[in-house]
Design a binder for this molecule. Structure first.
Ligand code: HEM
Ligand code: HEM
Ligand SMILES: [Fe+2]
Length: 480
């Protein structure tokens, strides 16, 4: 170990060196997500802005595809971060893993460049293969789809083989089973069918079953590891919680899929199934809040890494409010009839993705940085602590402002376009032109700028935190 506070890769094991690469690309793509989100938000207020140069449809697509990809990079990095620690052996096939990292990154760059260079044109079999497959969130063309499958298979092999060679902890076992489901589901979004109902039916298997089942279980594993690292919580406690959460998550989330089958031409029984099971989905999220808050309280918030712990607690609450409360609000078919596809949905989408996933990946950034700088002290009166605190605050204030503004616009749309005007074409425009809608869009813009400022501060902090520290971290002793 070298001097405290100095970035030194010899502090890291092989898997962790690879994580740093994944985290770096993840942070850069997070920046791209914010940039394209801002452009799309400006276009809501000034529809002429960049019209014909960079259309709203393209900005929106890059915004949400960048999100999916950077979160996946963040998850892969986090798994490589804990892999050697948990399994007790070096990563199997690290050379291949490094190669795949470069292939994956290059593929992402090419896909985005093509999105930007070829913005409009006919939808043909060639465009599906080379330009854009056209399913929201996973628009990557088919060549990239196949490449992604290969990259994910290598990742899966590395994780499963490493645990098999070393030891399987509870976290490791859940993680490997979850990755089978996560990777397998991606295939459901690769078939082409000209029937839009069938197409949407399968597409939701990826989108819903990712974020409301497999991704949730993955962050459950990350939370378990994060609580052991930041607070020294005992393994048997976090693993018991993990099993309970996973059972509840799959118990409600799998059939909860039905809340996307209300109005796409699927049989009517989905109204009852989707309404019932998705209404149960907040329960595991409450369990996660109890778990994190109980452990934090029990350990009197004595942590070796305050920024990471703060983001872990933010995850517990953000997940509960964004997914649980904001999801529950519109999940019953009687309500969804009015709110479907309005800004209400966007309000939930933003808070849920941020609360559940962005927070956890940022927590892992901080866990990684601490060790990279030689296990430097990162609690209490850390030098320059204002930066991580203000980044945390600005990102939250910006996100909550955007969420509330979108919710108000969504209420207005549900009321005027749906309830009063009966979902007519004229009703759509009446709602879009109403001052309450426009004001919501203006407030969202302000929230977006605050969020962007928080992002800049976060990056600055990630680059500098711990640099001027000379004290060593107090490693938390495991206690019940
Ligand atoms: C972290 C977990 C979650 C994330 C990231 C998430 C994200 C999203 C996103 C982005 C959409 C919009 C999809 C589209 O483009 O049409 C959506 C839709 C929806 N979500 Fe979630 N969600 C989560 C959990 C939940 C939960 C737990 C519930 C219910 C309790 C829920 C209920 C809904 C409903 C009903 C819709 C459809 C909205 C509509 O009809 O327009 N979500 N979700
Ligand atoms: C500067 C900050 C941001 C701004 C200005 C912004 C703006 C936007 C805009 C204008 C859209 C298109 C909405 C529409 O089609 O009506 C959008 C969609 C979306 N954004 Fe953001 N965004 C920001 C940050 C984020 C973050 C941090 C996340 C999550 C991690 C996120 C997740 C999403 C999702 C999931 C959608 C699709 C929502 C849906 O289909 O319902 N955005 N965003
Ligand atoms: Fe869903």
């Amino acid at each position: 170990m070298t001097a405290l506070g100095k970035l030194d890769s010899s502090n890291l094991n092989g898997g962790q060196k690879l994580s740093i690469k994944y985290f770096t690309v993840a942070a850069a793509l997070f920046g791209a997500q914010v940039l394209f989100g801002l452009l799309a938000a400006i276009q809501y207020l000034q529809p002429d802005f960049l019209f014909g140069v960079l259309d709203f449809s393209v900005n929106r697509m890059v915004h949400i595809n960048a999100m999916v990809v950077w979160l996946l990079f963040g998850f892969i990095g986090s798994v490589y971060w804990l892999l050697e620690d948990e399994s007790g052996v070096p990563v199997v096939g690290l050379g291949l893993a490094n190669l795949i990292f470069w292939v994956f990154t290059l593929a992402v760059v090419v896909v985005v460049a093509v999105y930007l260079l070829i913005q409009i044109g006919d939808g043909t079999h060639t465009s599906i293969w080379l330009i854009n497959e056209g399913r929201e969130y996973i628009e990557a063309p088919r060549w990239a789809d196949i490449g992604i499958v290969v990259c994910v298979l290598v990742f899966f092999y590395n994780v499963a083989a490493t645990f098999t060679k070393g030891r399987y902890t509870g976290v490791g076992g859940v993680l490997v089973l979850d990755l089978v489901a996560l990777a397998g589901l991606y295939l459901a979004g690769m078939w082409f069918t000209p029937n839009i109902s069938i197409d949407q039916h399968w597409w939701w298997w990826v989108i819903h079953l990712w974020v409301e089942a497999t991704w949730e279980v993955l962050v459950g594993c990350l939370m378990a590891y994060g609580l052991m690292k930041t607070l020294g919580v005992r393994r048997k406690i976090v693993e018991t919680w993990l099993y309970i959460e996973v059972a509840l998550m799959f118990g409600s989330g799998i059939l909860g899929l039905g809340h996307h089958y209300f109005w796409i031409g699927t049989p009517e029984y989905w109204l009852a199934i989707g309404g019932f099971f998705s209404a149960l989905e907040p329960i595991p999220l409450v369990a996660m809040v109890v778990h994190a808050v109980f452990d934090a309280g029990h350990h009197k918030l004595k942590s070796s890494n305050n920024p990471a712990l703060a983001w872990i607690i933010a995850q517990a609450f953000g997940n509960f409010f964004g997914a649980g409360v904001w999801g529950f609000m519109h999940t019953l078919p009687q309500i969804n009839l009015y709110t479907h596809g309005t800004q209400w949905t966007a309000s939930h989408g933003h808070l849920a993705f941020f609360g559940a996933y962005v927070t956890m990946v940022i927590a892992f950034f901080y866990i990684a940085l601490q060790k990279w700088r030689g296990n430097v002290y990162m609690s209490g009166n850390l030098v320059g602590a204002w930066k991580w605190k203000w980044a945390l605050a600005l990102l939250h204030i910006g996100m909550i402002a955007m969420t509330m503004a979108l919710l108000i616009s969504g209420y207005e749309q549900s009321h005027i376009e749906r309830a009063i005007e009966g979902s007519s074409w004229a009703g759509y425009f009446a709602a879009q032109a109403h001052p309450w809608f426009i004001q919501g869009m203006q407030w969202r813009m302000i929230g977006g700028w605050i969020f962007a400022a928080g992002f800049v501060l976060l990056v600055w902090d990630l680059l500098t935190i711990g640099r001027k520290e000379t004290r060593a971290a107090v490693v938390p002793a495991p206690v019940d």
